[in-house]
Design a binder for this molecule. Structure first.
Ligand SMILES: [Mg+2]
Length: 413
């Protein structure tokens, strides 16, 4: 029998903002941008949530629901710094730690009784350590599976600890809405409701062939999850055996639609920098780049290109993206959103032949130096010349670059 913790920071972005601006405490706060801007809410304080504001909601909607809210742009570098602090505390507690996003982690604490006592005591100790190191609150769920532990931490919020005793999973899960199950979003919820499945116990009552017929692989995973088991997606890999991200992307929505080619290309340069940096942080090189382009009328195209050789260099990504852009943009048509997406990895270091190319090597050295500057002074400290005009703040989003612990590879040396 295993024992897992799921530790989730409470209103993480907002709480970090409050550390630097205590006057925000207890007030409705929205992180993500100005109230009149396009783009979405990254995080909302508990006081703002009472008005119905939640993350991923358009900023303008949040403003309508809660006009008195304080809107802040957010400080990605601070969130990252505090995420690293949390990660450090967790790694000092047990070696089996997996960050699931910037502010939550799974810990396998099986066999730590002699060190920390029973799981509830261990959780309180860990809670104190996180609080001491960061001055931030978190909630911890404890269960025999990660799936149930995650649901527990959610039910324990804010600032609580909740444990489901082994064998009591069905009784705990049964009365919960299906939406509480990790992996069940709005769409799956609707489809489940259409079949009369509203509570987890309704799901548990259906046999897995029925669920597989209706939902395929997801259905099988749901059958397992309804029993309190780790099944499907995230849970198919052991803690510590995670193989890193499947793709990396960044997008930018313009405050005003633009057809200014210089501004569009500068924005692409900035996006390539952000994507390139994340590739290097994961120690990966990408074989495929994809451009996403959305016009004023919301019509959207994506065009991909497989590169001759995989790369993690901003300049080489940009060369490819520029080709895609120039080929596919309806010249003169105003653009609402641009995105750069990369996939098709190989681990870096397997391509020794690249060192033969002096241009590539020069860029590699320049990029490494720029990364060091960005680590010290923030992401806006250094830019490729081409991206200077495309400067925009890195928006806070759920899985930013530099997420600790989610990868085996670490930063390339
Ligand atoms: Mg959280």
């Amino acid at each position: 029998m295993k024992t897992f913790f799921h530790l989730d920071m409470d209103a993480f972005f907002v709480s970090v903002e409050e550390l630097f601006a205590p006057e925000l405490k207890g007030k409705p706060v929205v992180v993500g941008g100005r109230p009149d801007e396009r783009g979405v809410v990254s995080a909302a304080s508990y006081a703002a949530r009472k008005f119905g504001v939640h993350s991923a909601m358009p900023l303008r909607t949040a403003h309508k629901l809660c006009p008195q809210a304080i809107f802040v742009e957010g400080h990605m570098e601070r969130y990252r710094e505090y995420s690293h602090k949390v990660h450090e505390v967790l790694c000092g507690f047990t070696p089996l730690v997996e960050m699931a996003s910037i502010d939550e982690a799974y810990l396998d604490i099986t066999g730590t009784e002699r060190l920390y006592g029973p799981p509830l005591r261990a959780a309180h100790l860990l809670h104190e350590r996180v609080q001491a190191a960061t001055k931030l609150n978190c909630s911890i769920g404890i269960a025999a599976s990660r799936m149930v532990a995650k649901i527990c931490s959610d039910q324990a919020k804010p600032n609580g600890v909740l444990m489901v005793m082994p064998g009591r999973e069905a009784a705990f899960l049964g009365p919960l809405d299906v939406r509480r199950i990790p992996g069940v979003g709005k769409v799956s919820e609707k489809n489940l409701h259409a079949l009369g499945i509203r509570k987890v116990r309704d799901l548990a009552a259906r046999d897995e062939t029925f669920l597989e017929e209706h939902f395929g692989k997801l259905g099988l995973a749901l059958a397992g999850k309804a029993q309190g088991l780790d099944a499907g997606g995230w849970f198919d890999t052991e803690i510590g055996a995670e193989d890193g991200p499947k793709s990396i992307s960044h997008e930018h929505t313009f405050t005003e639609d633009t057809a200014d080619v210089a501004q569009l290309e500068a924005t692409l340069a900035k996006l390539c920098e952000m994507v390139g940096r994340r590739l290097r942080e994961h120690g990966l090189t990408a074989g495929t780049v994809q451009l996403k382009l959305r016009y004023t009328d919301f019509s959207t195209i994506t065009r991909a290109r497989t590169m001759e050789r995989a790369t993690a260099l901003d300049t080489e990504l940009l060369d490819e993206i520029r080709v895609l852009f120039r080929r596919n943009w309806k010249a003169g048509a105003a653009v609402r959103l641009l995105g750069v997406h990369v996939s098709g990895w190989s681990e870096e270091g397997t391509q020794m032949d690249l060192l033969d190319d002096p241009r590539h090597e020069r860029w590699q050295r320049a990029t490494a130096a720029a990364d060091l500057m960005r680590d010290r002074f923030g992401d806006s400290a250094v830019s490729l010349a081409a991206s200077l005009r495309g400067k925009f703040h890195e928006r806070a989003h759920e899985t930013p670059p530099g997420l600790p612990g989610k990868k085996k590879t670490g930063r390339p040396k």
